[in-house]
Ligand binder design. Structure first.
Ligand code: NAD
Ligand code: ARG
Length: 703
C-alpha cells in the first residue's frame, strides 16, 4: 500500500441507471443489478485499498451517478476545480462534492454558470505532473481550459472528442507512469491526434483497438506499475506487461451500463505538484460580427455549426433580432479554438459567409512575398466565389478576377494597390500573397425576405434540386432569362457533354445557337465528336438517332469522323468544305459562336480543335467566360465543375443533370443564383426551345 496516494470513491447505495445522458445508458434504464453493482464496486474498492488509501464521500439519494467520483472535480495539490455538470441530471451532485472538498481543506474554484467542465473525467495529468490533457466536445467546454490553466498554473493541452461513446476523456485516454499513454486514437479528431503524437514518443504510445476500447480498457486506474481495469484482451495485456505494467482485471459490467468503469468510479485526490510549471494554453479566442437575415437565411446556424464542426466552441455574446420584416439582425460571436491553425480554418470559413472582425480588431491583411514562380507562401488564404476585399495600408481594396480556389496576389503599382485572384501556378516572384485570415472580408448581398422566399418560378432562388413540377417552372424561367439576355445583347455560355447528343438534344441546342441565345460553347472532345458523327452519319456513338437502335459496326463511326476532321485540320475547315451541314458545332462555326474543347484522358483522336494542354484549355475557358451573365451546364460533370470553379458569385448558373448528386454539387455553391435541375437533358432542351418559341411568337389577335 502506498500511503501517499489517495482516492475518493462513493459507494453505490443509490446507484442505478435512471436516465440517459450517454449512449451506454440507452436501453439500460433500471437494468443494472443492485447486488452485482455493490459486489463489483466492493471488489474495486478492496483492490485499490491494497495499493492506496481510499476515502469515501457520502452517497446522496436521487443522485445515482454520484458513484462516479472522477466527475467531482479536478484536483492538483490542495486546489480543486469543481465540476460544472453539462446535464441537469448530474448538476445536483455539485454541492455535495463541494462540501467534501471544503471539509478536507481544499481551495475550491468554481467555473461560471453555463461553462461546463466535468472534472477528472475530462482532464488527466501526464503522470509526471508537467501538463494536463483536457478533453472537450461533449461534456466540457473548451472555454473552461484557460481558467483551469490559470487556477492550477499548468500547461493545458486541449483534445477534441469525436465519438459519442467516448464522451469523457477518461473513457479513451489514460496517461500511465513512465510517460506511457494508453489511448484509443479514433476517439479524437486529427488535430488532437497530431498533438498527442507530438508530445508522446511512438514507443510510449499504446494505441488500443475498438474491442478493448468498448470494454473501457482506457478507463483504468494507474498506481505506479499497477493498472486496474474492467477487462483486457490478451494482446493488450501482453503489450502492457512488456511496458512493465501489471494488469488487474476487476469486472465492472454493472457500471458500464451507465457509461463508466474503474477510473470513473475513483478520483485521485493526491496529485503532486511540480515546482517549475507555468500556466499555458494554446487556445485562441476571437470575436466576429455578423449582419443580415441571420435567422431566416439560416446564417447564424451555419456559423455556429461551422465553428463546432471545425473543432472550436462559441459564445453568442450579443444577438439583436431585426424587428421589422425588412430589418436585418446582427450578432457578436466569440470563438475559441484549441490552436491558431484551427482558428484560422474556422475564421476563413466564417469570412466566406460574411463574418467580419470587430472594428477594434481589424488589421491590415498579412502579405508574404512569392519567392518561387508558381508557388505561394504557406498559409495563403484560399479564395471563394464571393466578392472579396482586403485591407492594405488601412484601406479596403476590392479583389479583382474573383474565382474560387485561388490565392490573392497583391501588387503595388503607380496607380495604387492591385489585388487579384490568381491560380497558384500563375504567381510571380515579386508579388505578395495574402496569408492568414486578418484583413479579409467578403461582401454578401442581403436579399430581402421577398427575394429569398419568392415562388421558384420567378427567382433564381435557393440552391435546390428540382421536383418534376419545378423542371417546368425552371424551364419557363430560364427561357425568360435567355430572351432577356439576348435582347439586351448579353452573354450566355453553355457547357455541354456528349449526353446532349445521345439524348436527342443536338437539334435543340443547335436551335438555341442559331437563334442567338448562346454566345460561347465549352465542352470536351466528345460533344464535338458525337455531334459531328450525328451530322455526318446519323448516329451518335453508333446508335441510329432516328430509330434509337445500334447500327452494326457503328462504334467505329466516331473514329471515322475524327479521322475526317483531322484531315481537314479543324472543325471550321470541315464545315467550309461542306462535309456536314447541321448540328451544334456546325451552328457554332456558321454563327461565329466561339467554342473551346478541353482535352481529357478519355479522348479518342483527339479532334484538331481539342486543346490537350490543360493549362491553355483552362485559360481559354476563362477568356470565354468573361462577362457571362448566365451559364447553362448541360450534362457534363467534368466541364461544369471546372467552369463552376472559375466563376464568381453573381453569374446565374443552371445545372442540368440526371444525377441529383451532380446537380447538388454544382448548384449548392451557397450562392442564390445557382439552380439545379434533375432531369434528362434532351427533354430539358426540347422544353426550353418550346417555351422560347412560345415567348417569341407573335400575338394572334382574334377578330
Ligand atoms: N470518344 C471520346 O473522345 C470521349 C467519349 C466520352 C467522353 N470523353 C471525354 O471525357 C470527359 C468526360 O465526359 P463527360 O463530360 O461526358 O462525362 P461526365 O461523367 O463528366 O459527365 C456526364 C454527366 O452526364 C450525366 N447524364 C447522363 N445521362 C444523362 C441524361 N440523360 N440527362 C442528363 N444528364 C445525364 C451524368 O450524370 C454525368 O454527370 C469529357 O472531356 C469528354 O469530352 C471523350
Ligand atoms: N469519468 C467518467 N467517465 N464518468 C462516467 C460518468 C457516467 C455517467 N452516467 C455520466 O454520463 O455522466
Amino acid at each position: 500500500m502506498t500511503d501517499s496516494i489517495r482516492f475518493l470513491m462513493c459507494s453505490p447505495d443509490h446507484y442505478d441507471v435512471d436516465y440517459v445522458i450517454n449512449p451506454w445508458m440507452e436501453g439500460n434504464i433500471h437494468k443494472s443489478s443492485r447486488d452485482r453493482s455493490v459486489e463489483q464496486w466492493q471488489k474495486l474498492y478492496h483492490t485499490l485499498k491494497d495499493h492506496a488509501i481510499v476515502e469515501l464521500v457520502k452517497p446522496q439519494k436521487g443522485w445515482p451517478d454520484m458513484v462516479f467520483t472522477a466527475n467531482a472535480g479536478l484536483v492538483l495539490d490542495k486546489t480543486v476545480v469543481l465540476s460544472r455538470f453539462y446535464h441537469k441530471e448530474r448538476q445536483g451532485e455539485e454541492p455535495y462534492f463541494k462540501e467534501w472538498f471544503e471539509s478536507q481543506g481544499f481551495t475550491v474554484h468554481e467555473l461560471p454558470k453555463d461553462l461546463p467542465f466535468e472534472g477528472a473525467g475530462d482532464a488527466l495529468f501526464d503522470r509526471s505532473g508537467r501538463y494536463l490533457w483536457a478533453g472537450y466536445g461533449f461534456r466540457s467546454e473548451l472555454d473552461s481550459h484557460p481558467l483551469i490553466a490559470e487556477w492550477l498554473n499548468i500547461e493545458v493541452l486541449s483534445l477534441r472528442l469525436m465519438d459519442e461513446r467516448f464522451y469523457h476523456l477518461d473513457t479513451c485516454f489514460c496517461p500511465l507512469s513512465g510517460g506511457y499513454l494508453l489511448y484509443y486514437p479514433p476517439a479524437f479528431d486529427s488535430y488532437s491526434n497530431r498533438l498527442i503524437e507530438m508530445r508522446i514518443p511512438p514507443e510510449k504510445r499504446i494505441a488500443i483497438e475498438e474491442p478493448d476500447a468498448v470494454n473501457f480498457a482506457c478507463n483504468a486506474v494507474n498506481i505506479n506499475q499497477t493498472v486496474v481495469m474492467n477487462k483486457v484482451s490478451d494482446n493488450l495485456k501482453a503489450r502492457l506487461s512488456e511496458a512493465g505494467f501489471n494488469v488487474i482485471e476487476t469486472p465492472l459490467t454493472e457500471f458500464l451500463k451507465a457509461g463508466g468503469a474503474a477510473k470513473c468510479l475513483t478520483l485521485r485526490v493526491t496529485e503532486p505538484i511540480i515546482p517549475d510549471r507555468h500556466a499555458t494554453v494554446l487556445i485562441e479566442t476571437r470575436t466576429v460580427r455578423m449582419e443580415g437575415h441571420l435567422l431566416d437565411a439560416g446564417l447564424i446556424n451555419q456559423a455556429l455549426d461551422l465553428i463546432v464542426e471545425g473543432g472550436g466552441s462559441f459564445k453568442v455574446q450579443q444577438f439583436n433580432l431585426g424587428e421589422e420584416r425588412q430589418s436585418t439582425s446582427n450578432a457578436l460571436i466569440k470563438i475559441s479554438a484549441p490552436s491558431h491553425q484551427v482558428m484560422e480554418d474556422i475564421i476563413s470559413q466564417l469570412i466566406d459567409i460574411g463574418a467580419v472582425s470587430l472594428d477594434e480588431d481589424i488589421q491590415d491583411a498579412k502579405l508574404e512575398p512569392v519567392t518561387q514562380h508558381g508557388v505561394s507562401p504557406d498559409d495563403f488564404y484560399v479564395t471563394t466565389i464571393y466578392p472579396t476585399e482586403i485591407r492594405v495600408n488601412g484601406e479596403w481594396v476590392q479583389v479583382q478576377k474573383q474565382r474560387m480556389d485561388g490565392a490573392i496576389a497583391v501588387k503595388e503599382t503607380p496607380e495604387g494597390i492591385i489585388a487579384q485572384c490568381k491560380l497558384l501556378r500563375d504567381l510571380e516572384v515579386g508579388e505578395k500573397v495574402v496569408v492568414d485570415v486578418a484583413g479579409i472580408r467578403t461582401i454578401r448581398k442581403t436579399e430581402s425576405r421577398e427575394q429569398r422566399n419568392a415562388p421558384q418560378e420567378f427567382g433564381f432562388m435557393s440552391a435546390g434540386v428540382s421536383s418534376e413540377r419545378r423542371v417546368e417552372l425552371i424551364v419557363e424561367q430560364v427561357a425568360w432569362e435567355l430572351r432577356q439576355i439576348r435582347d439586351r445583347g448579353g452573354k450566355v455560355v453553355v457547357t455541354a457533354g456528349p449526353v446532349v447528343i445521345h439524348t436527342g438534344g443536338a437539334e435543340h441546342l443547335s436551335h438555341l445557337i442559331r437563334e442567338g441565345y448562346v454566345q460561347a460553347l465549352l465542352g470536351g472532345n466528345a460533344i464535338a465528336v458525337h455531334d459531328i458523327e450525328q451530322a455526318m452519319m446519323g448516329t451518335s456513338l453508333g446508335v441510329d438517332m432516328k430509330q434509337g437502335t445500334a447500327v452494326k459496326g457503328g462504334h467505329r463511326h466516331h473514329l471515322k469522323v475524327i479521322n475526317t476532321i483531322r484531315r481537314c485540320g479543324s472543325i471550321a475547315n470541315a464545315v467550309e468544305k461542306g462535309l456536314f451541314k447541321s448540328g451544334v458545332m456546325y451552328e457554332c462555326v456558321k454563327n461565329n459562336v466561339p467554342f473551346s474543347l478541353a482535352g481529357s484522358i478519355r479522348d479518342d483522336g483527339p479532334l484538331p480543335d481539342t486543346q490537350m494542354d490543360l493549362i491553355k484549355a483552362q485559360q481559354h475557358y476563362t477568356e470565354l467566360l468573361q462577362g457571362a451573365e448566365m451559364i447553362l451546364m448541360l450534362s457534363t460533370m467534368l466541364h461544369s465543375i471546372g467552369v463552376g470553379n472559375m466563376t464568381a458569385a453573381g453569374v446565374k448558373m443552371v445545372c442540368v443533370d440526371i444525377n441529383p448528386a451532380v446537380v447538388t454539387k454544382l448548384s449548392d455553391r451557397g450562392s442564390v443564383e445557382s439552380v439545379g435541375v434533375v432531369t434528362d437533358v434532351g427533354l430539358f432542351l426540347s422544353l426550353l426551345v418550346k417555351q422560347l418559341d412560345k415567348l417569341t411568337s407573335r400575338y394572334h389577335l382574334e377578330v
